[in-house]
Design a protein around this ligand. Structure first.
Ligand SMILES: [Zn+2]
Length: 354
């Protein structure tokens, strides 16, 4: 995932400098006015000192695991899953497969999908660990891919815009950004590297969906599931990806909580029309982190069953149109930040990740 803009250090120093100049202006002694360049120089000096203290705060929040929420199901009919998380095997992940599973275990998850960027190595490592230790959460193999640029254009062409809508199409293609997709499935072990992803051209949405759904893989009996990551989505993406055949959407992604109300409404509309599944994911990369998102999967008496049977049941529950309920759960409200929160983003955002 791309880095959050709020962590940009230049922005932080500028914000602090402006704040300092503003305070200096308010406290200015009318009789003895200080030259502006002196205030400016002092403001930068003070900002650097504050930035240094802030760096300590960031390190504390990111590296010290503070106690967080744990969800405990009171019924045997629910399994708790996190269908989107990362390890060292993603370029921006800082946690081992073992510690990823341990973290998830501590916060009540029964099932974890490890979804590295462009490879399945992390999920295969985690899967081996989970198979050796039954107290670990069960691992679903996964991968996270970004759609390629030509995909969006190609799909828009394929959607067959009418002649009178041509101008509108041009406008849309400029606005459309590529979405991120998560593929989950037991037969993903072909995708071992970025090279393989390129070779199979999986970053093209339709190919990726066919691949995860095992359309060309007769050896694999379990169908995989595809979800859209709740990052950089617009209304057109939601409509387009529903047509393309995703099983559902992340309605909440703890790492990227800033979904607009319009996009959320569109997802809810498509969900009710097409039987899509909605999930709440952590998108955890190991940067400390509270657990505040769970996806409950309702399967009658599932906790009484041997956990070897869970994978197959969960995978079919995640399919679009299946009868089983998939329920996104959050602790507290996660959504578009308030103005106050945006102003103090460097402090709030670090704490949010903590
Ligand atoms: Zn991710």
């Amino acid at each position: 995932m791309p880095k959050n803009k709020d962590f940009n250090i230049t922005f932080l120093i500028l914000r602090l400098s402006i704040l300092y100049i503003f305070i200096s202006y308010l406290r200015k002694d009318k009789k003895k006015s200080t030259p502006f360049f002196k205030i400016l120089a002092k403001s930068f000096y003070t900002s650097f000192i504050f930035s240094f203290i802030f760096a300590g705060y960031v390190f504390f929040c990111l590296l010290v695991h503070l106690p967080g929420w744990k969800l405990i199901p009171e019924s045997d009919d629910y399994l708790l899953a996190d269908l989107h998380s990362h390890t060292f095997r993603s370029h921006d992940g800082i946690i081992s497969a073992f510690n990823n599973l341990k973290w998830h275990y501590n916060y009540g998850y029964d099932i974890v999908a490890i979804t590295e960027h462009n490879n399945t190595i992390g999920s295969e490592e985690a899967n081996i660990l989970a198979e050796q230790n039954s107290s670990m959460p069960l691992v679903l193999k996964g991968i996270e891919l970004k759609e390629s640029e030509e995909t969006s254009e190609e799909i828009e062409k394929n959607l067959g815009q009418s002649e009178e809508g041509l101008d509108e199409t041009e406008e849309t293609s400029e606005e459309t950004e590529e979405a991120f997709l998560i593929g989950i499935g037991d037969c993903l072990n072909l995708v071992k590297s970025v090279k393989m992803v390129r070779k199979l051209n999986l970053s093209q949405t339709t190919k990726f969906i066919d691949y995860v759904k095992n359309k060309d893989n007769a050896k694999c009996s379990t169908k995989g599931a595809i979800f859209t990551v709740a990052n950089k989505l617009d209304i057109e993406d939601v409509q387009r990806l529903t047509v393309e055949g995703v099983d559902g959407f992340e309605i909440v992604n703890f790492g990227h909580p800033d979904m607009s109300n319009e996009v959320r409404r569109e997802i809810l509309k498509e969900e009710s029309l097409h039987g899509l599944k909605l999930i709440a994911s952590s998108d955890w990369h190991g940067w400390s982190g509270y657990a505040r998102t769970w996806t409950a999967i309702s399967i009658p008496k599932v906790r009484k069953l041997n956990r070897n049977k869970w994978k197959g049941l969960v995978m079919s529950a995640l399919q679009k149109g299946s009868e089983n309920a998939v329920i996104p759960i959050t602790a507290g409200v996660i959504g578009k930040p308030s103005t106050l929160r945006i102003v103090f983003a460097p402090f709030f955002e670090v704490f949010r990740y903590a």
